[in-house]
Design a protein around this ligand. Sequence first.
Ligand code: DC
Length: 222
Amino acid sequence: MSLNSIPVIAIDGPSASGKGTVAQIVAEKLGYHYLDSGALYRSVALAAYEQGIDSNAEQDVAKLVPRLSIKFQHGEIYLNDADVSEKIRTEQMGQGASKVAAHPLVRLALVDLQHSFRKAPGLVADGRDMATVIFPDAKTKIFLTASAEVRAERRYKQLLNKGLEANYQAILKELQDRDARDRQRTVAPLQQAQDACLLETGQLNIEQAVNKVLEAIAANQQ
Ligand code: DC
């Protein structure tokens, strides 16, 4: 099977849209590999933070990338052999990821690694630029979104359910800041690919969203 004939399902969208959960379930159902590209940017942000590198210093952060080993194993993420699955999920690393991701040189340094996830029988890739830049030939392209208020509400409830403190207004503000940075950057901004299906999940639960993605994939196979 040549590399380009391996099917890719690209699922892009803003943070807290539920795309990660939906993409993972779709990958499991299809028996496909799964790429969480946000975790790569989060790992870079964490490594820069731990090494005292300013996230605004494009050259320094980009030089760091080839020296990092980022691996996904059994659902966990390893940065230079340390399990960073929990550490990269903080809001601080989400914002840090959004900052390092705005640098063209950092994005370029992560392209080959992202392409290496394209393996038989197929790949479900989730991020911001999967359909537009990394896998423009993806067989199915989904832009999964919901209003900032719906996304903030979901995140707020998730934190409360974990017994953590949460402030809805602060969460909403953080989401809006991150959306603005991800949408307005000059390189690979968050945007719906022209040939992507828009999936608005405001009124859908996870199972319904998964079914919609599976329907779109099936429709593309006809
Ligand atoms: O999906 P996430 O919240 O884990 O992503 C964290 C940040 O990484 C997000 O705010 C922007 C950046 N990112 C990106 O620029 N391109 C991607 N393909 C994935 C994430």
